[in-house]
Design a protein around this ligand. Sequence first.
Ligand code: PLP
Length: 416
Amino acid sequence: MKISRRVRSLKPSTTLAVTARAKELRASGVDVISFAAGEPDFVTPGPIINAAKKALDDGLTHYAPVPGDPESRRLLASKLEKVNNIPGVTAEHVVVSSGGKHSLYQLFQALIDPPAPGDDPMEVVIPTPAWVSYMPQVELAGGRVVEIETNASNDFKITPDQLNEAITPRTRIFVINSPSNPCGTMYTPDEIRLLGEVVDHAARTVAPDLTVISDELYEHIVYGGIPHYSIGSMAPIAERVITVNGLSKAYAMTGWRIGYFGGSGAFGLEVAKGVQKLQSQSTTSIPTFLMPAIHAALNECASDVDRMRHTFSQRATLMYGMISAINGLVCPKPTGAFYLFPDVSAFFGKTTPKGSNIDSALSFATALLDEAHVAVVPGEDFGAGGENCIRLTFACSDEAISSGCERIAAFVGSLS
Ligand code: PLP
């Protein structure tokens, strides 16, 4: 008996080892401070919870339309049009799925053909370090990831020239994620416009089927003075951009599993219909009683989103201040999302007081957990450029941030 080659080829996550070790230490009574989470620590706003409870009481417990109820699709389309300035998005362009992750998975399935025997795979250009699931999702769809490596010295951002060089006739998708997980940085509107111009030019010359997937999950968590800008708002390329978003991060709803995407024009419609076919054969829809929760989030919770953004902004200042004061940790100032991604390679070649050798982000993170009891995510899983870095989340209290950063400073100071 055998499981499929496709599943066998999925790489195990290095992150899991650290998370499992953190759990073990906690279970044995050790006071572990965790900077490893990928989710807000806030409670989901009351109107959203009440809407879901009422929906259950009202009997919304039967099958719903595959792409979401008409009102959710209308509200989300209107949000994409009015807040993100994306032209030509209608309710029919929007599909609601079980989290942004599910939307992305289905989009890669809908846009990538596995190679015919003897052919090269379709390519997906991804600036790295990047969120961990893009690469396995692309590979599961039969595509090949082309990484554009960035580093802390340029705020982990690619240039138009780098994008231009990476696009070939085989390129099917360019993925952009701003604000970025894991980097905590953002492109300015001008920088995005320049990348959009490269896409437009490439589509007219070498890559006519080029599509952009813009992952805007952290759109509302911005605090560094750079406004969020959607590449889908650029009229010349709007029809080839699919904007992915979800309620997880902005509304503290990670466990609810609500994501969506919207495109524009005839191709956007074709993508929405294709994904609906796919989704109708797998999950059908998100739970029916969550539809009113979407309405409540969009209609009633703007002030909650602002409140959380404000708190994240203060925490970003606190953590960045403490981490950038530690000699050897190199880290761009965070402007969006809730992560810091410092380069720790200055400590490679050093030894901990207990005798562990630090020669990678993973060994740094493992020793930091074992000896200073701070859990962080080593950067290896985020692709090229990540192997020198660790990811710290500031979705936790000020006290946790202060004592965790003090422990990191003491740990780093103890290396010889
Ligand atoms: N995209 C990015 C950049 C993320 O960080 C995440 C979650 O961590 C997702 C997409 C998926 O989020 P969800 O499936 O909770 O909507």
